[in-house]
Design a protein around this ligand. Structure first.
Ligand code: G3P
Ligand code: MG
Length: 225
């Protein structure tokens, strides 16, 4: 079962920061997940719609200027990194699961993954691009059809993994609260991997491995290495 550091090693450092990415790399993870949003002509690695929980700033991230976002403290003196800063840090040392948070992300992520392949030692096999925003994910698939896609759901879907197959996804990415053996089997019958978020307890990881799950997103990669 693959271990994917969720927002970096996000219980060991502020989530989605360069520090969280560095710790995950130092732990030897095979993959890191992060969230991206588009604001003022830049891709920012940040989970929430609003800035308050994770920074000393205020407001909706996508409505802010580049200078304002770059000035914020994201915890322990860390800054909100851009996707390019994270890519530069990782430089092909592990896979990167890029979660598109909302609109206007597909095109810049398509461009930046291409640039990172040209300049930073990544290959197309390093990427998995995922989203709850299925139209944006479908848009991304048209831009880079050769890359792996993760179809995210936060519910137990009515028709199993059918929506993920229809998206042409590589994996079904589902919530630990809404995964069962039937969904895993249905995804596997359709040729999809099953990745589950967010799993911080080793006993939960063991149960998911027994269910045949292919990977987990965890805030505590140190517990699973
Ligand atoms: O990509 C898995 C997981 O990160 C999806 O949920 O809310 O943590 O981005 P969230
Ligand atoms: Mg995420």
């Amino acid at each position: 079962m693959q271990i994917i550091a969720h927002r970096g090693a996000s219980k060991l450092a502020p989530e989605n920061t360069l520090k969280a990415m560095e710790i995950a790399i130092a732990l030897g993870v095979g993959a890191i997940e992060l969230d991206v949003q588009w604001a003022d002509g830049e891709l920012w690695v940040f989970h929430d719609r609003r800035l308050e929980r994770c920074t000393d700033g205020h407001g909706v991230l996508t409505e802010q200027s580049r200078d304002y976002l770059a000035s914020l403290d994201a915890g322990d003196g860390e800054r909100i990194p851009t996707l390019w800063q994270v890519m530069s840090l990782i430089a092909g040392r592990c896979e990167l699961h890029i979660e598109l948070k909302g609109a206007h992300t597909a095109e810049p992520v398509a461009a930046l993954t291409r640039r990172a392949e040209a300049e930073l030692g990544f290959t197309p096999a390093h990427w998995v691009v995922s989203s709850f925003h299925h139209p944006e994910l479908a848009h991304f698939a048209r831009l880079r059809p050769e890359l792996r896609l993760g179809a995210l759901t936060a519910s137990l879907p009515l028709h199993g993994a059918r929506f993920a197959e229809e998206l042409g996804a590589w994996s079904l990415n589902c919530d630990v609260d809404f995964v069962d053996a039937g969904l895993v089997a249905d995804a596997h019958r359709r040729g999809l991997k099953v990745l589950v978020y967010t799993v911080d307890e080793v006993s939960d990881g063991d149960a998911l491995a027994a269910m045949g799950v292919d990977g987990i997103f965890t805030n505590r990669p140190d517990r699973f290495s």
